[in-house]
Design a protein around this ligand. Structure first.
Ligand code: 13P
Length: 254
């Protein structure tokens, strides 16, 4: 059966010492809990703190991911970080196609697809974000928008490659706004994504893919969101910056 996953996306937050405190706090809290074997916690700090996070992760129960990667293999791309570098730092995961990157840095589905390829080439599991903006939902286009993101970002993959993908549905209007999708809205979209996967790759594979929800997920709403049959966990922004809140969300699975 597919994994339950709670991933923290710190975005561009935390100084070095704040990051150290948060990781330490989280590690201590995780040590006190019996996490079920099918639950994976992932922490995605900014690049400068990945090594520190990996050191903590070695002694604890979470894995570490990056928030972005270059689509290029290596060379004269000032400021970029390659999948080969992430692999050499022994990272397991990387977020791709977050709506902030699609919106502020003009990342297209084609670029997302290229980044996914680069990560898979280097044995790093992509956490691929999809989701509609408010105007698209208000005009009833959300299912089509997400279908296009999934098809153009992922459907060039073989079934063997697809097994390594984690999908995160993040309705853009719910990110950082305090406005969470209802359980009906989340379940409808997650079931839609799984039906697309089923049509392309078959039910057995589609049932193995974890589909996470992201957007104002908190300790108070995580349990009901994660209880939806096709919601397999969360990609958490703001609430991943406080160990108590992040732990409160992880506890939805304990
Ligand atoms: P918030 O949890 O702050 O709404 O952010 C969600 C998100 O964008 C995670 O990637």
């Amino acid at each position: 059966m597919r994994k339950h996953i709670v991933a923290g996306n710190w975005k561009m937050n935390m100084t070095f010492s704040e990051a150290d405190d948060l990781l330490n706090d989280l590690m201590e809290k995780l040590e006190k809990e019996e996490l079920p074997r099918d639950v994976q916690v992932i922490v995605c700090p900014p690049f400068p703190y990945l090594e520190m996070a990996s050191d903590y992760a070695n002694d604890s129960y979470f894995a570490v991911g990056a928030q972005n990667v270059s689509d290029q293999e290596k060379g004269a791309y000032t400021g970029e970080v390659s999948a080969a570098m992430l692999e050499s730092c022994e990272l397991d995961y990387c977020i791709v196609g977050h709506s902030e990157r699609r919106g502020y840095y003009h990342e297209t589905n084609a670029l997302v697809a290229a980044k996914v390829d680069r990560l898979l080439m280097h044995n790093i599991r992509p956490i691929v974000c999809v989701g509609e903006v408010l105007a698209e939902r208000e005009s009833g286009q959300q299912l089509d928008v997400v279908r296009k993101q999934v098809e153009e970002g992922l459907f060039h993959l073989t079934a063997e490659q697809m097994k390594n993908i984690i999908i995160a549905y993040e309705p853009v209007w719910a990110i950082g706004t305090g406005k969470t999708a209802t359980t009906e809205q989340a379940q409808e979209m997650h079931a839609h994504i799984r039906s697309l996967l089923t049509a392309k790759y078959g039910k057995e594979l589609a049932d193995e893919i974890s589909i996470l929800y992201g957007g104002s997920c908190k300790p108070t709403n995580a349990k009901e969101l994660f209880a939806c049959p096709d919601v397999d966990g969360g990609l958490i922004g703001g609430a991943s910056l406080k160990a108590d809140d992040f732990m409160g969300i992880i506890k939805a699975f304990i």
